[in-house]
Design a protein around this ligand. Structure first.
Ligand code: 13P
Length: 252
């Protein structure tokens, strides 16, 4: 049985005060639920405030990216050591916006994934095809490539913490959610690929989240699919009531 994981990706939104207000309003709305792990992925400037506001609470805090090196002359970057020192437990790796606008590649995803595991940070590795790739029937090829290069060189014995997020790029911020059938099919492809690389046992235990226009009213049908283990939520995670409704909706 894989426990659901519902993650908020706030992208480049909120100030520290707004983040604190969110957490204050959000905690009572989810305090009774036990079926899902909850993670808030915030910009580096918000992380201390969010870690502080979620202290003594099972909610976990994630960065949205990191460098793979411990330290060095990399202006503007954040290292795993810096995240660990703040009390951050998770890190998004290879979000499509990083791939699209900031030259993230499958190779850099792989370096970051290895670094996150070495530092005890839980990696949430994002994969997903562009609209043009889907329309030219390349979805499977893209997912297999992203998953294989992303996971290459990882030892099965160290892979347990890894979470994968399938985010079809055409569904992000568009209101055009993948149907449960489309999403399930992609998740199955990813899980089969994980099984080829890391073995069936690791693949069966690995959580694969869906992301792309997740809203309170479509969470249930997505999370009911056999290979969908939660959601990575952008726009609908910025409001505490909406995000709490998504957490509630994932109990299927
Ligand atoms: P939206 O939920 O706004 O479509 O964003 C999805 C996403 O990119 C989460 O990482």
């Amino acid at each position: 049985m894989r426990k659901k994981l519902i993650a908020a990706n706030w992208k480049m939104y909120k100030t520290p005060d707004e983040a604190k207000t969110f957490v204050k309003e959000f905690i009572p709305l989810v305090s009774g639920q036990k079926h899902a792990d909850i993670v808030l992925c915030a910009s580096p400037t918000l992380l201390p405030a969010v870690v502080d506001a979620t202290r003594n609470n099972p909610i976990r805090v994630s960065a949205q990216d990191m460098h793979w090196m411990d330290q060095g002359a990399y202006t503007g970057e954040t290292s795993p050591l810096m995240l660990k020192a703040l009390g951050v437990t998770h890190v998004l790796i290879g979000h499509s916006e990083r791939r699209q606008y900031f030259n993230e590649t499958d190779e850099s995803v792989n370096l970051k994934l290895k670094s996150a595991l070495a530092h005890g940070l839980t990696p949430i590795v994002c994969v997903g095809e562009l609209l043009a790739e889907r329309e030219s029937n390349q979805t499977e090829e893209v997912l297999v490539r992203q998953t294989s290069i992303g996971l290459s060189g990882i030892d099965a014995s160290a892979a347990a913490p890894i979470v994968i997020a399938y985010e079809p790029v055409w569904a992000i911020g568009t209101g055009r959610t993948a149907t449960p059938e489309i999403a399930q099919d992609a998740h199955r492809i990813i899980r089969e690929q994980v099984a080829k690389i890391l073995g069936g046992e690791v693949a069966a235990a690995m959580r694969i989240l869906y992301g792309g226009s997740v809203k309170p009213d479509n969470t249930g049908s997505l999370c009911a699919c056999a290979d969908i283990d939660g959601a990575l939520v952008g726009g609908a995670s910025l409001d505490p009531k909406s995000f709490a409704a998504i957490v509630a909706g994932s109990a299927v």
